[in-house]
Design a protein around this ligand. Sequence first.
Ligand SMILES: Cc1cc2nc3c(=O)[nH]c(=O)nc-3n(C[C@H](O)[C@H](O)[C@H](O)COP(=O)(O)O)c2cc1C
Length: 344
Amino acid sequence: MNLFDPFQLKGLKLKNRVVMPPMCQYSVTKKDGIPNDWHYVHYVSRAIGGAGLIIFEMTDVEPDGRITDYDLGLWSDEAIPAFQRIIEACHNYGAKVGIQIGHAGRKAQDAPTPVAPSPIPFNHDFKTPRELTTDEVKEMVEKFRMSVRRAVKAGFDVIEIHGAHGYLIHQFHSPLTNKRHDEYGKDLTKFGREVVEAAKSEVPADMPLIMRISAAEYVDGGYGGDYAVEFSKEYQKAGIDLFHVSTGGEGPIGSGGQPGVHAGYQVPLARQIKQALHIPVIAVGKLDDPILANSIIGNEDADLVAVGRGMLRNPYWTLEAAVQLKKQIDIPVQYERGFPRISK
Ligand SMILES: Cc1cc2nc3c(=O)[nH]c(=O)nc-3n(C[C@H](O)[C@H](O)[C@H](O)COP(=O)(O)O)c2cc1C
């Protein structure tokens, strides 16, 4: 098995195992949540560059769920055509396209009053969030549902629920940020499960559902891989078919020190989730050396490999990886002369 073998999960067929992970561009200058020419060029370039799956950046279910007012949103049908246009263009170059649906919760920096499971600020520089009422939590599930419905209408091939990096779903399942006394506090994964179930009921039966998780927290007293296995099992039962395994983002880094120093630093957690749940996973985090990325697939640590910052530097990362790994792949005809040795 290698990076350029195709991958299939339910009806999702990828031409290779390279994923562009979600990366916020903070580029919606009109602050209306609708993608513009920047997003078109950004995503379509990576499709031309050969990525098998492109996952759109965190796209929020309501305006006050954005990290900043410059983020994408799917709270209105008005946004659908602009997403559709980019998806269709990416499809022309053989890429499949996903979208990360989320809510920033207490990390919504531009919201006048951010909302969260409990009124605990991220740190001194952040606003203290307002605790969602039980009814508002239920309404929030419906907001996720509607955004997923719009994403499916726009033509996305797969949906990723953002359960990582200290955003709303993570805030609910983390014991450090959920101090509620209602049903959503007694059962920490209840909110996330309801979001997953709502999303599942909106996507076609053969469309897999992805969830991004932080499989370890870096704040003092934060959870580790074993707790991540526990809550991921709950989400798997609720309908998740594939986990995208990241870490952190929940608060100021604790006494354990700066994580992410080494190449592949999150791979052991991806492997742990894969082995414990018998479920496919995407590994991510400093995997932009093609030989390393290829070994993650070959050693069966993960099923897919995401390359983020590597693709910010080089939209053609996948084509260059094929050169280095001596793989023959389809090259857009316009660029064949740039890649004579790998063009099929
Ligand atoms: C500019 C930028 C924006 C990001 N935005 C998101 C995001 O919207 N959602 C998310 O889950 N992760 C986001 N991330 C994290 C990346 O998806 C990825 O997990 C991280 O960069 C580690 O992978 P890498 O070492 O290949 O860059 C972002 C990272 C960068 C550099």
